[in-house]
Design a protein around this ligand. Structure first.
Ligand code: HH2
Length: 302
């Protein structure tokens, strides 16, 4: 098995060495000290800011998932509820109807792990039963009191993302006295909540939540100071892909024309310590990640 390929779990290669940082997701174990993982985004929604409506049909979502696998995705993240600023919440039934058939079909066709992007425990539960192997919760386990226990019960990795407010109100003039300190304190509290519920330490991944209750300046400060968040000691996931701060910085380009801006942000993420990047443009960002990883390696950092 050559470098860069996922290691099958429980083979001799997957034994932890002092320099490896292993993350087991479903049937795969990734060594985060080797390279940055690329998580491909599928929004099975009619209204997502970046690709709304494109993958609303089951067939289109599954086809895009398989395409992302070919393009080199390490994880496929499937969400059924848009979290764009001002988005309306939807019912659990509607969310389940959107995501479960896609997860069932996709996990039958690939062993690249699927993550469920939801803040509802009942959706995460059904998604895992349908084949998902990871939970991505944009409320950092605070949106649903049952989420932490559910993650512990299924013993799956969980992404704890920072958000200030709710998707409905998060962009109404967000203010921080000390941005990075407040994010770190908030994430630490969610980690405590997870551990108290029985989530294993090695299953926790942190995310500063680009665009979730943050201004343009906040997003830039987070990207520049990611190392301070990574110092909390957990793998770091960052999701800058096609977000509005990139549109603003590039003269108001619409989401589908933000690929170069996303490439710059992904490079910054990797050079500043991201372990996983969550992106729409998988083929392009896998290439970006390989170059940024090579530069990071020269600096002698994992
Ligand atoms: N961003 C979005 C959704 N989920 N999860 C994590 N962990 N980190 C993120 O930055 C993140 C996320 C928003 O982007 P997108 O999924 O493209 O849009 P929408 O929420 O409108 O579906």
């Amino acid at each position: 098995m050559h470098k860069g390929q996922p290691l099958p779990f429980s083979t001799p290669q997957s034994v932890t060495t002092s320099s490896s940082r292993l993350l087991a997701i479903g049937r795969r174990t990734y060594d985060l000290s080797e390279r940055t993982l690329v998580m491909g985004i599928i929004n099975a929604t009619p209204d997502s800011f970046s690709d709304g409506g494109l993958f609303h049909s089951r067939q289109a979502a599954v086809a895009r998932g398989l395409e992302m696998v070919d393009e080199g995705a390490d994880i496929i993240d499937i969400g059924g509820e848009s979290t764009r600023p001002g988005a309306d919440a939807i019912s659990a039934d509607e969310e389940l109807e959107r995501v479960i058939p896609v997860i069932e079909q996709l996990t039958r066709l690939t062993d690249v792990p699927v993550s469920i992007d939801t803040s509802k425990a009942v959706v995460a539960d059904e998604a895992i039963k349908a084949g998902a192997a990871m939970i991505n919760d944009v409320t950092g386990l605070r949106g649903d009191a049952g989420m932490a226990v559910l993650a512990a019960r299924h013993d799956v990795p969980v992404v704890i993302m920072h958000i200030k407010g709710t998707p409905r109100d998060m962009q109404h003039a967000p203010r921080y006295d000390s941005l990075i300190k407040e994010i770190c304190t908030w994430l630490r509290e969610s980690v405590e909540l997870a551990l108290a519920a029985g989530v294993r330490q090695k299953s926790i991944i942190l995310d500063p939540g680009i665009g979730f209750g943050k201004t343009l300046e906040h997003n830039l400060e987070i990207l520049a100071r990611l190392g301070e968040i990574r110092a909390l000691g957990y793998p770091l996931l960052v999701g800058p892909s096609r977000k509005s701060f990139i549109g603003t910085l590039t003269g108001g380009l619409p989401p589908d024309q933000r690929v170069e801006g996303t490439a710059a942000a992904v490079t910054a993420c990797i050079l500043n310590g991201a372990d996983i990047v969550r992106v729409h443009d998988v083929r392009a960002m896998v290439r970006v990640a390989r170059v940024a990883d090579a530069i990071r390696r020269v600096r002698g950092e994992e």
